[in-house]
Design a protein around this ligand. Structure first.
Ligand code: SAM
Length: 436
């Protein structure tokens, strides 16, 4: 009862679940000399799953091979995944060869949480050829996290040559006129640190007419495949889109709404982007098209149509098995320090930003929105790409934030304006040799 005396409990009647938990959480380091091992074993029959969890957690600290049999019994009698995971972890933490047969059994469990603990435990012995072969055999395991762990441990030979502190000089502050897919064919792999863009809307503006929604999506997918190729491993692509509406053809027909971000998403994952976040760009209601006016008069259910005051910023990362730390290490301490994000940064995924207007372009990014994206997702000196440059807001923000820009724009008039906007010594579209 030493365990409970430490938290001031002397009488059995004071042993409430809350008190037991308090005592269990208070136990620090333990070793084989720990006196209350049997008491912990008894607590495994508690009805309270948190008590069972912390009892196992403490038993694991004792690191006693003799507990292996108990752990095995608990594992197969325990009903919750939460506690079973802790038991499987306790088995692995023994780092004992005697636990190997049980861990081989564990990796055949139905629950991926348990399997992963078995894998972790067996990885301690990964130099043993038999164990190595068993683990390699999980390469095509149905669970994606198991697959990822096995790939990182045994099959990730991908030593990328492209350094993150580098980008090709000929793309720095470069603007190119033409179709982005064609232009990117001339750009080498892994050149770009960050892409922030808003693609042309499906048949909603003059500059973006496609003969079907499918051909529009295919165009975007092909463009984003190329963006993926030219992006450095583990770096970000922030894609701004929102569902659009094509007005009805006549009174007999209804308007059609296209859920663009949702239709793009699955292809993005297939082509090797990893989903990281979705940020909601919230605009003031008066800036949105008024869709409720008709409903406001008749108030009939089913005909409700809200004013759309949000757009989505989908945050993707080029798939990598490496942690973000691996990228940090490639920059000098000075660059990392200078790129630190200042106080007052946005803490939620809802960003209230007023829209901007431009006399020459009908759909421009507010520079303040670009500032956030560029500061949060790149380092000073990085190359920031906008494949659909329009008025060049991404370029303006890149310069302001001490990054380089690389812009492509199809429309010749917008391109001319871009040339005027950015001082001619900042770019030379001939120099890069990718002028359309
Ligand atoms: C939504 S606007 C982007 C506006 C931009 N974010 C800004 O802040 O001004 C999309 C732009 O993509 C351009 N565009 C359309 N198809 C293109 C293509 N195949 N290659 C490059 N640019 C293209 C359009 O001309 C238009 O200027």
């Amino acid at each position: 009862m030493k365990l409970f005396k430490e938290i001031g409990i002397r009488e059995k009647k004071d042993l409430s679940d809350a008190n037991i938990l308090k005592a269990l959480k208070k136990l620090g380091k333990l070793d084989k000399k720990f006196k209350d091992q049997d008491l912990l074993l008894n607590l495994i029959s508690s009805e309270n799953k948190n008590i069972r969890y912390y009892a196992i957690n403490n038993l694991a600290k004792i690191n006693n091979e003799k507990l292996l049999k108990n752990f095995e019994k608990f594992l197969y009698q325990e009903p919750t995944s939460y506690v079973r995971r802790e038991i499987a972890s306790a088995i692995g933490r023994l780092r004992s060869k005697k636990a190997i047969p049980l861990m081989k059994k564990i990796i055949k469990d139905k629950d991926p949480n348990i399997i992963l603990q078995g894998v972790r435990g067996l990885l301690v012995f990964k130099k043993d050829k038999d164990i190595q072969n068993i683990l390699k055999g999980l390469k095509n395991h149905p669970n994606e996290i198991v697959q990822k762990v096995i790939n990182i441990e045994f099959f990730d030979m991908n030593e990328y040559s492209s350094k993150h502190s580098y980008s090709p000089d000929n793309l720095k502050n470069c603007i190119a006129n033409g179709d982005v897919i064609k232009l990117l064919k001339k750009v080498e792999n892994e050149s770009v640190h960050l892409t922030f863009t808003s693609p042309p809307y499906y048949n909603a503006r003059d500059y973006s007419i496609y003969n079907s929604y499918n051909s529009y999506l295919k165009f975007l997918w092909n463009a984003f495949k190329e963006v993926h190729r030219v992006t450095k491993e583990g770096r970000f692509f922030i894609l701004n889109t929102s569902p659009i509406i094509i007005p009805r053809t006549g009174r007999k027909y209804s308007s059609i709404r296209y859920p663009i971000p949702f239709d793009i998403h699955h292809e993005m994952i297939k082509m090797g982007w990893e989903y990281v976040d979705d940020i909601v760009w919230l605009k003031p209601e008066p800036s949105a098209k008024n869709r409720v006016a008709g409903f406001n008069l008749h108030r009939k259910p089913l005909a409700y149509k809200p004013n759309c005051v949000t757009e989505t910023l989908m945050v993707y990362r080029k798939k990598s098995n490496k942690l973000i730390d691996w990228i940090f290490k490639q920059y000098s301490q000075e660059v990392v320090k200078k790129s630190k994000i200042k106080d007052g940064y946005e803490t939620s995924n809802v960003w209230k930003v007023d829209p901007s207007s431009d006399k020459n372009h009908s759909a421009v990014f507010p520079v303040s929105l670009c500032d956030r994206v560029i500061n949060y997702y790149s380092f000073e000196g990085d190359l920031v790409f906008d494949p659909f440059a329009g008025s060049g807001s991404v370029g303006t923000s890149a310069i302001k934030n001490k990054r380089y820009f690389f812009l492509t724009e199809l429309n010749k008039d917008y391109f001319k304006l871009l040339k005027q906007k950015f001082n001619s010594n900042l770019f030379d579209d001939v120099k890069i040799g990718i002028k359309d």
